[in-house]
Unconditional design. Structure first.
Length: 392
């Protein structure tokens, strides 16, 4: 009897839950149908000449009465025309520091916005029409063009608290690149960048073929409040260089990297303490291949993505250097080995018999004792080396 009574209670509770959920769901649907027009996301327009700082607001209208609990959308912009340097949260976002995030992806030249009501009980749902966020932009180019900012169609979603998807419409905007602004809000102004950029830098370096060198990656001009992480990539020519190892200098608590056919990807995170002091972030140990051609080889930097809100100052320049590949000392004909042919070339060169050293900068290969002159002393030293009497 008691058991049956318990079963009845369980059944009643379950029925209650199901009915309750069902009612809740219907309510959401009712709410949804009440809003006749879909949510409209209007990307604003601005005008500016080169180096002007302009503002493009993203405004919401027809916000559903049930409110927006979480949403995400990605906008595409023209990387060669404009530079996105910051985000200002709009009035309709109650606690932007907690609920709003924005990041830039340089590979696809997009900006991603994510809003999640972190109260988790719907307290900060967006219920009003108005400006959601303003994009702060520096005009990079001058042309007759209107540089478009529009939805990048990768599954944007707008949801209410009950996971009901809201219908929406995006209206694109952008920046007119050859006009000074007319209306007050979007008038372009020449001003210093809003964000202090810090610098990630690799200096130019020179190395001989076959030589192994350590290239430092510097952090420069870090902001006083520090940075908590960054990610970037380096592309190099794998026919000329081998990456042997990468070591961090202990500035960061989490350090990831990968090396894959001509590119290195870095990811740094500082979990507890931010990095506040300039210094060497890491060393890349590179071996210049013996058969690499003489000349400079560039290391090209790529920035994959950067969070620009809520930590907008994690934005940086990436100054990437070159490696000048010098020939091997004593290898006058640049064939990768030092032998009697090189000696003969040097001897004939000194005697003025011929000028067959094929390299532009002869001092690089022929000045064996490094005194800046090519003379009989170098000849003697090279001969001793070939006879295995001395090292170079
Ligand atoms: Ca040679
Ligand atoms: Ca010399």
């Amino acid at each position: 009897m008691i058991n049956n009574f318990r079963k009845l209670i369980v059944l009643l509770v379950l029925t209650g839950l199901i009915l309750n959920n069902f009612t809740y769901f219907s309510y959401a649907l009712k709410d949804f149908s009440e809003s006749e027009e879909p949510l409209v996301i209007q990307i604003g327009r601005a005008s500016g000449f080169k180096n002007h700082i302009v503002e493009v607001p993203i405004s919401f209208s027809n916000v559903p009465t049930c409110g927006l609990d979480h949403f995400e959308f990605k906008l595409k912009y023209e990387l060669e025309d404009i530079e996105i340097i910051g985000i200002e949260p709009g009035d309709i976002v109650m606690n932007p520091e907690k609920d709003l995030g924005a990041s830039l992806n340089y590979d696809e030249s997009s900006i991603l916005f994510v809003f999640t009501d972190e109260s988790a009980v719907g307290k900060r749902n967006i219920k009003n029409d108005g400006v959601f966020a303003t994009i702060i932009i520096r005009v990079k180019n001058e042309s007759e063009k209107f540089s478009l900012i529009e939805l990048l169609n990768q599954r944007p979603l707008f949801s209410n608290y009950d996971y009901t998807m809201m219908p929406f419409v995006f209206k694109s905007g952008g920046v007119n690149l050859n006009e000074s602004g007319t209306d007050e809000v979007n008038k372009g102004e020449i001003s210093a960048p809003v964000i202090d950029l810090f610098t990630v830098e690799l200096e130019d370096i020179s190395a001989r073929k076959g030589e192994t060198i350590e290239i430092p990656i510097y952090l420069k001009d870090l902001p006083d409040h520090g940075i908590d992480g960054l990610s970037f990539g380096l592309n190099y020519d794998p026919s000329k260089l081998d990456i042997l190892s990468i070591s961090d200098e202990g500035l960061v608590s989490i350090f990831y990297y990968y090396i894959f056919e001509g590119s290195i990807g870095f990811n740094f995170l500082s979990l507890n303490d931010k990095i506040t002091k300039d210094g060497i972030l890491a060393f890349v140990t590179v071996r210049v291949k013996e058969d690499a051609s003489v000349g400079s080889t560039q290391i090209i930097g790529t920035r994959n993505s950067t969070v620009i809100y809520p930590s907008p100052k994690n934005n940086y320049n990436l100054n990437i250097g070159k490696i000048y590949i010098n020939p091997i000392l004593g290898d006058l004909n640049d064939d990768g080995v030092i032998n009697s042919t090189d000696y003969i070339l040097l001897r004939r060169y000194i005697l003025g018999i011929n000028n067959d050293i094929p390299l532009e900068n002869k001092v690089d290969v022929a000045d064996i004792n490094g005194d800046g002159k090519i003379d009989s002393t170098d000849c003697v030293l090279l001969r001793k080396y070939i006879l295995e009497i001395t090292n170079l």
